[in-house]
Design a protein around this ligand. Structure first.
Ligand SMILES: CC(C)(COP(=O)(O)OP(=O)(O)OC[C@H]1O[C@@H](n2cnc3c(N)ncnc32)[C@H](O)[C@@H]1OP(=O)(O)O)[C@@H](O)C(=O)NCCC(=O)NCCS
Length: 328
């Protein structure tokens, strides 16, 4: 994406989403181009013969090893001709060249196009979960009939560009079946373990941090160290975020040590959202979710295959269970 293309990208986004797109900076070509030049993201564009920018796809960097796919748009007039696939393939090659190891993304659920790209084009890639009702409503041009009402749910995807190291993956028993379901179609070298050694000593205090996103009306609680007080520490952070107005709270648990097997938090309202390997140094992350209302309207969803369907069933069922348990 050149500086000139960035202006075309802003116009493309306006044609597809009006003024409502979540990535505000994309509407400001100088800022968006400067972000790219500063190394925050790389963008690929498709340009038609008349000079119009008719496609855009970006990867946003989270440190040197991880890149997150996003801002994927093809002009409605040019859809279904492989434009998005081509931009993705180009980005993929560029990421590999600069040494990025892990890709992640959030395919929408109202069509299967990006779910398909992740599963079929990302070598060893998979859908690893769903963030339910995690962002405010947006209308997609061309998908008006298939729009979700209220807040929108997104899939979570992961794809390795490097060799994944083999190791144990510690999770609490209530989340183990879901992690196993996620990994079913993959050959990721992980052994799920749910029983910590009896003499496991936990530090007294949990170390976590939390943040609230006003635009998305959602919060994130990031656990760094699991301590003996995990449940009450998480409950306190959750309450604080709820008071701030959060409608969706993501709790991130590192799964590299046996302590993670003790992080069963259904009673605190946290159900399985997704699994993201390799995200934090040597640790995989288990993503849990708390919802203010677990009633999910999935009438508009189009899921890629029976595996993703069964994942959706299990994730929604557990969100409902966690809501009941928390409010029992
Ligand atoms: C999603 C979007 C970017 C796809 O762009 P595109 O250029 O038409 O995509 P491609 O032609 O490269 O198709 C990619 C794959 O998705 C499939 N696909 C494309 N449009 C589809 C649709 N409406 N429904 C289901 N599958 C679709 C294609 O079959 C193709 O797979 P294949 O190559 O194995 O046949 C485009 O529809 C769009 O801009 N939608 C609105 C914004 C959006 O939803 N962005 C994605 C957010 S995650």
């Amino acid at each position: 994406m050149t500086a000139k293309d960035a202006a075309g990208v802003a116009a493309l986004v306006r044609r597809c989403y009006g003024d409502g797109y979540l990535h505000e900076r994309i509407y400001h070509p100088e800022l968006f181009f400067a972000d790219q030049e500063a190394g925050h993201h790389i963008s690929e564009v498709a340009v038609a013969g008349d000079g119009d920018v008719v496609g855009h796809w970006a990867f946003v960097f989270h440190g040197p090893a991880v890149a997150e796919s996003g801002m994927t748009i093809t002009d409605e007039r040019y859809r279904g001709h492989g434009v998005a696939s081509r931009m993705e393939a180009n980005l993929h090659a560029r990421l590999e060249k600069i040494g990025v190891k892990w890709m992640m993304g959030e395919p929408v659920l109202v069509h299967t196009a990006t779910q398909e790209i992740v599963v079929t084009r990302w070598e060893k890639g998979a859908i690893t979960g769903m963030r339910l009702k995690s962002i405010p409503h947006i209308d997609l041009e061309g998908f008006k009939e298939q729009t979700e009402h209220g807040r929108i749910s997104l899939a979570v995807a992961f794809g390795p560009l490097a060799t994944m190291r083999e190791h144990d993956l510690w999770v609490a028993p209530e989340y183990a079946a879901l992690v196993a379901l996620v990994m079913e179609p993959t050959d990721w070298p992980r052994t799920i373990r749910t029983e910590p050694p009896e003499d496991l000593q936990l530090p007294e205090a949990t170390v976590l941090s939390s943040s609230f996103d006003e635009q998305l009306v959602r919060a994130e609680i990031d656990v760094e160290t699991i301590g003996a007080d995990l449940s009450s520490a998480v409950a306190a952070a959750r309450d604080e975020m709820q008071v701030a107005g959060a409608r969706f709270i993501e709790l991130q648990i590192p799964t590299n040590g046996p302590a993670a097997a003790l992080a069963g938090l259904l009673d605190q309202g946290f159900s399985f959202a997704a699994f993201l390997p390799e995200m934090r140094g040597h640790a995989d992350l288990l993503l849990l979710q708390w919802l203010d209302d677990p009633n999910v309207d999935r009438s508009a969803w189009q899921l890629l295959n029976p595996h993703v369907e069964s994942l959706a069933d299990a994730i929604i069922a557990q969100a409902e269970l966690a809501f009941e348990r928390k409010n029992a």
